[in-house]
Each structure stands twice: as C-alpha cells, then as structure tokens.
Design a protein around this ligand. Structure first.
Ligand code: ATP
Ligand code: PRP
Length: 222
C-alpha cells in the first residue's frame, strides 16, 4: 500500500488531472466530498487531502509515503526526512516581499523593519542574509492587510498575477524564490517501498511531461 498526501485548494485542482493521467482515479469525487481519505481504482494507492503545511508533516513522519506540496511549504518547514522527487510545474507563483506603493524603502541595516508573513522562517532567513534587522509578525492569511493598517512595514507572501497586491495598494519589491508544486517522498519509504514509490513517481513524471511538454523543466521566465 502507498499513501499520497495531497494539498487541498488550488494545488489539488491541478494535481487531480496529473493523477488521472498517471492512472490514479479516486473512488469518489474529492471536490464534492468532506472525506479526508480516499481509496482509488488502484488497490495499492490511497490519497489523503490536507493543508499544505500538514502534507510535509505527514510525509516527514512516514504516514504518507508520497506528497504534493508547494515549494514555499518545503522552504518554510524544511526537508528533514523528505526527498524532493519531481517538479510538477503546477501552482506556479513567486515568493516576494511587498510594501505600500511608493513607500520609502527603510534602510533595514540602520533601522528595524517589521515584516508580517505566514512564511516566518523563509522571511527570517531572507532578511538575515541581507543583514537587515527585522521584527517578524506571524499571520495566517490576508497578509496584504498588515501594511495598510500599520501592523507591518512589509509582507512576505506568494504573488502570481499581482492583482491582490494591486487591489490593496501594495507593490512587489524583492523576489525571494520561484515556487511550484513538488512531488515529495518520505526518505525511509523510498528505500522500504522502492518499487511502488518509483513506479508511481515515474507515472506522475510522465503525466507532467505529457501535459506540459513546452513548459516542463523550464522556468517560463518567472
Ligand atoms: P492554507 O489554506 O493552508 O492556509 P492557502 O490558503 O495559502 O493555505 P492556497 O492559496 O490554496 O492555500 O495555496 C496553496 C499553495 O498554492 C501555496 O502553498 C503555493 O504553493 C500555491 N499558491 C498560493 N497562491 C498561489 C497563486 N496565487 N498562484 C499560484 N499558486 C499559488
Ligand atoms: C494567494 C496569496 C495571495 C494571492 C496572490 O491567496 O496568498 O493573496 O494568492 O495571487 P495574485 O498575485 O494572483 O493576486 P489565495 O487566492 O490563495 O487566497 P488565500 O488568502 O486563501 O490564501
């Protein structure tokens, strides 16, 4: 038996067609079900549907052998006991800093900057490497509100079209990393269940290449 932990939300919407092309079909409609565990047409494959941060935890602890999670989650929560097997080329976006449009850039080497984010580990490392002095404020959503109401000078968040920033009077500042979703594996499972893990990661890899022939393996300039 192999268990695959999926990230719900926008990643799930883009993962299901890949699983379908790989020959994994859930026994019921994941989108309309409240269930968290799904059997599939393959007796040996079971799916879990979780929040992104929790996918890394389930894979790290070996409850799930494979997982699908955003690179942002892997950067934030680390790769202890986890292998990154494949770039799935879905849910592409960028991790960026952002601030109110036109706001004077604070010299963080002389003055402390307050930064709100749900990615506090990523933010800490990014500003530390630049030698900038930050106070980090952990938020769990609607990060764009923080600079508008004066909770923070800047935010660190994922940006795709930039529409959410614009709608809230913010502008992107510095690029931290390009993000897409990755297929990950528990390190022990990769040894103990080598054949099954390899089989399904190869199938999913084939599906990625088949669905995005032009984009697979490239950065599409983002
Ligand atoms: P949670 O519900 O766990 O708090 P969330 O609301 O951020 O997470 P989503 O917005 O579905 O959940 O984001 C899940 C993942 O999708 C992120 O980890 C990131 O990798 C990717 N992602 C987030 N926003 C975008 C976006 N605007 N465009 C493309 N990919 C995105
Ligand atoms: C994500 C992210 C940004 C937005 C960026 O939010 O947190 O707010 O996408 O995308 P854009 O640059 O195309 O506007 P999401 O839509 O997932 O809502 P959330 O607040 O539930 O995370």
């Amino acid at each position: 038996m192999i268990t695959i932990a999926l990230t719900k939300g926008r990643i799930l919407a883009e993962t299901l067609p890949l699983l379908d092309a790989a020959g994994i079909h859930p026994n019921e409609d994941i989108n309309s079900s409240r269930k968290l565990v799904f059997e599939t047409n393959e007796e040996s494959v079971r799916l879990l549907v979780l929040r992104g941060a929790d996918v890394t935890t389930y894979v790290r602890h070996g409850i799930a052998d494979l997982g699908v999670a955003g690179k942002d989650m892997l950067m934030e929560y680390g790769l202890t006991d986890i292998y990154e097997l494949l770039d799935l080329n879905i849910a592409r976006c960028r991790l960026m800093t952002a601030a109110p449009v036109g706001q004077r850039r604070i010299d963080g080497k002389r003055q402390r900057i307050s930064v709100a984010s749900k990615f506090t580990n990523i933010a800490r490392q990014f500003y530390e490497e630049k030698g900038v002095n930050v106070e980090l404020i952990k938020l769990y959503g609607a990060l764009e509100l923080a600079p508008i109401v004066g909770l923070a000078d800047e935010i660190v968040d994922v940006v795709d079209t930039g529409n959410t920033l614009t709608a809230n009077g913010l502008e992107p500042r510095e690029l931290i990393a390009h993000v897409s979703s990755r297929l990950i594996a528990n390190k022990a499972a990769l040894k103990v269940k080598y054949e099954l893990v390899r089989h399904w990661s190869d199938k999913i890899g084939d599906a990625v290449r088949a669905q995005q022939p032009a984009a697979a393996g490239t950065d599409r300039g983002r």
